[in-house]
Design a binder for this molecule. Structure first.
Ligand code: ZN
Ligand code: ZN
Length: 184
């Protein structure tokens, strides 16, 4: 099974949006990120649209899990614009149930420790794709330390992204089964 291209991902998004969200999931830019090796997916927020990134490395090995992961991230996007809620709390779970994914995640919730992480920020250089993580939103503008090592340089600004979720590999369906078998 070949991975859908990014245009096909947008079509898949549109179909899931129609099917489960009555068209109310916010626009998301969906792309693959070649550099993800420990995470399956990520959703970040800087300005509209939200960005969903999927690990091409991971889904090439496990293409069956792609649609479910996209749906999971879409629920985050939907909860975020509707309630400013980024958790896997009651609203998330209720929507998950509506999408018919309940049992999987309840099982996973029991099998694995909570993956909830503190809210984080990514500073990203749009020119060289350098990224660095921060616990707090930076108060002052920063520039890319790779594009200009020596000093602040406004030609290479770092864009702030708020991480709604960084989804580790192993929180997919496959991971849930593996966790139940006790193989991880
Ligand atoms: Zn840079
Ligand atoms: Zn999540």
């Amino acid at each position: 099974m070949e991975l859908p291209c990014e245009a096909e991902l947008q079509l898949l998004f549109a179909r899931l949006n129609y099917q489960f969200f009555n068209g109310e999931a916010p626009d998301c830019a969906i792309s693959y990120n070649e550099r993800f090796s420990n995470s399956a997916g990520r959703i970040t927020y800087s300005d509209r649209p939200l960005a969903i990134e999927l690990s091409s490395k991971h889904f090439r090995k496990d293409p069956e899990a792609l649609e479910e992961t996209l749906l999971h991230e879409m629920i985050h996007a939907w909860c975020f614009v509707k309630y400013r809620d980024t958790s896997h709390g009651a609203r998330f779970k209720a929507k998950l149930r509506e999408c018919g994914l309940t049992s999987i995640y309840h099982d996973l919730g029991n099998a694995a420790p909570s993956q909830e992480s503190k809210r984080r920020f990514i500073l990203r250089c749009e020119q060289c794709a350098f990224e660095t993580l921060r616990r707090r939103r930076p108060q002052r503008p920063a520039s890319c330390p790779r594009c200009n090592k020596r000093r602040f340089d406004p030609r290479f600004p770092l864009t702030i992204y708020e991480v709604l979720e960084l989804r580790p590999i192993g929180t997919t369906l496959e991971g849930a089964f593996a966790a139940r078998r006790g193989t991880r």
